[in-house]
Design a protein around this ligand. Sequence first.
Ligand SMILES: [Zn+2]
Length: 323
Amino acid sequence: MPKAKYYYDTDTCKYEPIRATTRDIIIDGIMITSLIIVAALSVVILYMSYFDSPKESLLRAENKKLHFYYNMLQKDMGDISQTMSSLQERDDHIYRTIYEQHPIPESIRRAGIGGAERYKHLHEAKLEDEETILNTVSNLDQLKRQMYIQTKSYDEIMGLADNQQVMLASIPAIPPISTSQSYLASGFGMRLHPIHKVRKLHTGLDFAARIGTPIYATGGGKITKVSSSLHGYGKQIEIDHGFGFVTKYAHMSEFKVKINQRVKRGECIGYSGNTGGSTGPHLHYEVIKGHKKVNPIHYIYQDITNKEYETLLKRASIENESL
Ligand SMILES: [Zn+2]
C-alpha cells in the first residue's frame, strides 16, 4: 500500500493529504517512462561504442584479412616489376642494340594509363583502405602498360631479325669470280687509265680471267640491267640487292640470266669476256651502296680463306694500271 503524502496547510495549521489528480499521474508516468528509455538508450550507445556487434566483428576481421592480402599482392607486384625491369634492361641494351635500335625512352616505358579520372570511382567509394587499394590498382595498370610496350618491342625485334636474315642473304659477300680461276689485277681507287693514260678513279675491282670464266651473283637480288655496248662497260649486268646495294659486272662475254630474274648468292649469271672499253680479258666488278661506288674489297668475306683475302687485299692496294 503506497504511503500517502501530506502538505502543511497554513490556513488550517494542519497537515493535509495531497490528492493527486489523474493528470498528475499521467505526467509522472510519461516522465518516468522517458527517463527509463533515455537510460536504456545511453547504455546501448555506450556498449556499441566500446564493443562490436557480432556482424561488425566479422566484417572487421574480414577487412583485416583483405588488408593483409592487398599488402601481399603489392609485394608480389613489386617482384614482377623487378623482373620486368630486368627484361626492359636486356631489351634496351642487348636486343635493341644488336639491331641498332634506340632504347625505348623511360618516359614511354613508365607512362601510366589514364589520369585521375580512371580512379575516380575508387575515390568515390570512400574505402577505409583507399590508399592501399589505389596503389595496387595503379601499380597493376602500370605493369600492364609496361608489358604491352615490352611485347611491342619484341615484335619489332623479331621483325628486324627476319629482315636481318634477308639482308644477310642479300648484300654482296663473295668474290664475283673464282679466285683460283682469276687474278686480281687492279683495285679500287686512283689508277692510271689503260686507254686515256691519266690518273682516274677506278670504281671497281678488275679480275683478269680467261674468257668464259663463270661469274657469280655476290648476293641475292633482282637482275635490273642486262645490256651490251661497244664502249665502256661492254656487256654488263646489274643486280639490285635491296637495302641500298647494287652490284655491276662488266666486259662479260655471255649472259645466263634475264632482266627481272631473281638470283641467289653464288648463282652463275654469265661468263667473263673482253667486251667494251677493255684492254684484256677481265671482269670489272662494282659495288654501289646508296648510289655511291664503294670499294668492293670490303664486300668479299665469304667463301674465301684468310690467306686468299690477304692476297686480294695486297693486290687491290697496288697502284697500278687498271684493265
Ligand atoms: Zn675496271
